[in-house]
Design a protein around this ligand. Structure first.
Ligand code: FES
Length: 422
């Protein structure tokens, strides 16, 4: 394992580009970031009856998420215990058992090996009980979001979220009915390291006016240019000691950009439930990342995961979620608004993907790779502001980015649970 202390200078706000390009560091991330962390898996609305399943990844490890016969959410490594084939090759669906298509070993919803063709050919010592699917040891949910960790003795998901939960509730806890998924899971591939996007969603409102200038012009109800009306917003950025981050403009008349959603929303009830600070801040307009690779955009109802696929590639998987209490036409308005803006071909999403791919492409250059990156905006500005939990900085700040990479550095330099015996 490599000591990464010299690559991340969070205190000085400098970053070495090797963390985006180096294969050895990437492999270390798999061991020390993804193996021990709570990772987002799916939304509870994707599972209604026993046997409903969804296949995804934890880091680069494929997993099946399913509801067992007792309606318990479980997750298993999606790799057959025989010769290692993918046990489930579908993206999602409903089943009674998972049958491997290579030689036919079959597993029940609890992961037990229940059928082995030509079983008589195996020695007496062969016991099917020893050959069940490898199970993700801990699954927890937070307001409909399912997370799992390979860590056998983790702190609870709620504890790992800390004050970040207050900000997440602004999107997830509008009423007692919770949220549901509308439409399918959109998936696309980008040439870029997973941290480029996770970091941006944690800390970067700074790029909005420049990168998204033309998109903002298109969406402006008055047709005015960003220069006329959008240039500077005031707001806060939440800076979390566990590497999470969220940024949001603060405005007493905040609103959902999808007009139908805005008209339907009972802001008075939300103020009652969530308080003024959340309704005027993170409720509608903002960005956030739950460390390491889950992000969301409240105004769009977009939740997404940045699946790592090597140091220079990621797969983005994105869902649209809405309040379950929304009538059909409001749900549809939110879905369409999210697709237009942050779907795979959304007008904002295109700008972001282009930036990340560009940074990634040139960072391979030998000289380029040695030139440090700047994360110094808002140095020392983190403080308790008396209105939002935890420490916050200015909206335009790199504070949550520095915290994101400080957490990355800490985990990369700490032996993970699977190294303890060594
Ligand atoms: Fe699955 Fe052989 S690899 S049955």
């Amino acid at each position: 394992n490599l000591d990464v202390s010299g690559l991340v200078d969070s205190e000085g706000g400098l970053l070495d580009r090797a963390i985006f390009t180096d294969e050895a560091l990437y492999q270390q991330e798999m061991r020390r970031i993804f193996a021990p962390s709570w990772l987002f898996l799916a939304h509870t609305d994707q599972f209604h009856k026993p046997g409903d399943f969804f296949t995804t990844y934890m880091g680069e490890d494929p997993v099946i998420v399913t509801l067992d016969k007792n309606r318990k959410i479980r997750a298993f490594l999606n790799s057959c215990r025989h010769r290692g084939a993918r046990v489930c090759r579908a993206d999602f669906g409903a089943t009674r058992n998972f049958t491997c298509t290579y030689h036919g070993w079959a597993y029940d919803l609890e992961g037990n090996l229940i059928s082995v063709p030509n079983k008589d050919g195996y020695p007496e010592s062969f016991d099917a009980k020893d050959w069940g699917l490898v199970e993700v040891p801990h699954i927890e949910t937070y307001h409909g979001l399912i997370f799992g960790t390979w860590n056998p003795q983790p702190i609870s998901l709620r504890e790992s979220l800390g004050d970040m939960a207050w900000y997440m509730d602004a999107m997830l806890d509008h009423d007692d009915e919770g949220t549901v998924v509308v439409g399918g899971v959109h998936k696309w591939v980008l040439d870029g390291n997973w941290k480029l996007s996770a970091e941006q969603f944690a800390t970067d409102w700074y790029h909005v006016n420049m990168s998204h200038a033309s998109a903002l012009m298109v969406l402006s109800p008055t047709g005015k240019t960003p220069k006329d009306e959008i240039v500077h917003r005031t707001g806060r950025q939440y800076v979390d000691p566990n590497g999470h981050g969220a940024g949001f403009p603060v405005h007493p008349k905040n609103r959902f950009d999808a007009r139908t959603v805005h008209d339907w929303t009972d802001y008075a009830a939300l103020r009652e439930r969530l308080g003024d600070a959340r309704v005027e801040g993170p409720l509608t307009n903002g960005h956030a990342t739950v460390f390491p690779n889950f992000s969301y955009l409240p105004v769009n109802g977009s939740i997404r995961i940045w699946h790592p696929k090597g140091p220079d590639k990621m797969e983005v998987w994105a869902w649209t979620i809405v309040d379950k209490s929304m009538p059909e036409e409001v749900r549809e308005a939110q879905r369409l608004y999210n697709l237009r803006t942050f779907g795979p071909s959304g007008i904002f999403e295109q700008d972001d993907g282009e930036n990340w791919s560009e940074v990634q492409a040139i960072s391979r250059g030998f000289i380029t790779n040695g030139v440090a990156l700047n994360y110094q905006m808002g140095m020392g500005s983190e403080r308790e502001d008396g209105r939002h939990p935890g420490k916050t900085s200015e909206l335009y700040s790199d504070a949550a980015g520095r915290a994101f990479y400080a957490r990355w550095r800490e985990l990369m330099n700490t032996p993970a649970w699977h190294e303890e015996k060594q």
